[in-house]
Design a protein around this ligand. Structure first.
Ligand SMILES: *[C@@H]1O[C@H](CO)[C@@H](O)[C@H](O)[C@H]1NC(C)=O
Ligand SMILES: *[C@@H]1O[C@H](CO)[C@@H](O)[C@H](O)[C@H]1NC(C)=O
Length: 413
């Protein structure tokens, strides 16, 4: 398990606060009512895959790449044959850039990226823009920025091939516990910063800066960009706050309840991060959660050690899925401003492992050296989670994400 694998370390998060850039370089078409929406199918799951990913078709001719969707960082990158110095084994042949795809040092997107680094980074040569990102589990990617076209499936069944800027990563280091066989070719950066894919699509006048995902507990789901898929009226909305931990999507501080009783821990600031498989709580809320869970458990469950996660239980019979065990557990709740509540039922904090044990998918963030609380994939499953950067708010609607995209769209009216 690689904790918070793709979550940028706070020190390097600065690097991703790339603000007012491409707008100047790319004359924006008037962002108008003609903005459309795009929808991608997702693959992957919380367990055993550990992430959800899209297939993006990039280049000319277009070739497919699996990208881990990450709302906790901004820069998209692919493992890349530039040539590659250190790459993992990836599912597809490495992306191979041509010289005319390189983003030059003088490009505004490069200047912004570099000025956010301290000490200010300079280009080694004027023809290219170097980048380096580190994530909280000490994984990293080093490379150069390139611009290439990709296929964007519009909701009305047509598609466009806009260009976007991303990292061509020729030197990847995995975290200490990292695996060398990767299940994805790279990462899709969907954070708030201006290098994020959604920010780039907004500048191009293609979609509004709104995205959302629906991650199924059965695996798969969908990801969308744009604002005319969003069923605004049914969502629970919370204003995004400026997170104290960085430029992350945060609904602010929530009060934690278990089985409708306050756990008596001080309100905790959380961030929504689809790049984190599991949920991470700081030491105090973590301990309070574990104590409350254990106190409420029936005698038929016994704590057991399982290689998958730190805290697991076995039952009298082997569990096949979370539905076999969820009645033994109660819901957690996080209550934000205006009594907006995020319910966390057992399905959103337990997994059942290959060994038939149930394990807690909320982890102790202090053990992973995290200084803030992360709501990861496990807790966002079977909800439409909406990140509305236009109106500065986060929303959620509970519903199954396992059906086809079309039927899901019509069931979130
Ligand atoms: C789909 O939407 C785009 C952008 O709004 C538009 O240009 C295109 O003509 C539409 N295609 C179809 C088949 O309706
Ligand atoms: C690639 O993107 C550029 C800029 O968005 C555009 O002008 C060009 O037509 C695109 N190429 C293809 C093959 O669609």
């Amino acid at each position: 398990m690689a904790p918070a694998r793709w979550f940028p370390a706070p020190a390097c998060a600065l690097l991703l606060l790339l603000l007012p850039l491409a707008r100047a370089a790319t004359p924006a078409k008037s962002p108008s009512s003609s903005s459309s929406s795009a929808v991608f199918q997702l693959n992957g799951d919380v367990y055993p895959t550990g992430h959800y990913y899209v297939t993006m078709n990039i280049g000319d001719p277009a070739k497919p790449y699996f990208l881990d969707i990450d709302t906790g960082s901004d820069l998209t990158w692919l493992q890349c044959d530039a040539p590659c110095q250190s790459c993992n084994k990836v599912p597809h042949p490495l992306y191979k850039p041509t010289k005319n795809k390189l983003v030059p040092c003088a490009a505004s997107i490069c200047t912004t990226l570099h000025s956010a680094q301290s000490p200010n980074k300079k280009c080694a040569v004027p023809q290219q823009c170097d980048y380096q990102i580190k994530y909280t589990d000490s994984a990293s990617s080093l490379g150069v920025l390139v611009t290439d076209n990709f296929t964007l499936p519009l909701r009305n069944s047509s598609s466009v091939r806009p260009s976007f800027t991303f990292g061509c990563g020729y030197d990847q280091q995995v975290g200490k516990n990292g695996v060398v066989q990767a299940t994805t070719d790279g990462l899709l950066g969907l954070g708030k910063g201006s290098v994020s894919l959604v920010s780039q699509l907004k500048v191009l006048g293609i979609t509004k800066n709104v995205l959302g995902h629906c991650l199924s507990t059965n695996g798969g789901g969908f990801l969308f960009f744009g604002d005319n898929v969003v069923p605004t009226s049914r969502a629970t909305w919370v204003p995004m706050v400026r997170s104290t931990s960085g430029n992350y999507y945060s609904p602010g501080s929530g009060t934690l309840y278990f089985d409708r009783r306050s756990l008596g821990v001080k309100p905790m600031e959380v961030v929504f991060d689809s790049g984190s498989t599991y949920t991470y709580f700081a030491a105090q809320p973590y301990q309070a959660t574990v104590s409350a869970l254990k106190a409420g458990l029936s005698k038929s469950l016994q704590q057991v050690s399982d290689p998958s996660l730190p805290l697991c239980w076995k039952g009298q019979k082997v569990f096949k899925s979370v539905s076999d065990v969820k009645n033994d557990f109660k819901s957690l709740f996080l209550s934000f401003v205006k009594n907006s509540v995020l319910e966390i039922p057992p399905e959103n904090y337990l997994i059942v492992t290959k060994n038939g044990n149930a394990c807690l998918g909320i982890l102790d963030g202090s053990a992973a050296k995290l200084t803030f609380n992360i709501i990861g994939d496990i807790t966002m499953q079977d909800q439409l989670i909406i990140y509305d950067n236009e109106r500065g708010q986060l929303g959620w609607i509970r519903g199954s994400c396992s059906r086809s995209t079309k039927s899901i769209m019509s069931s979130f009216p």
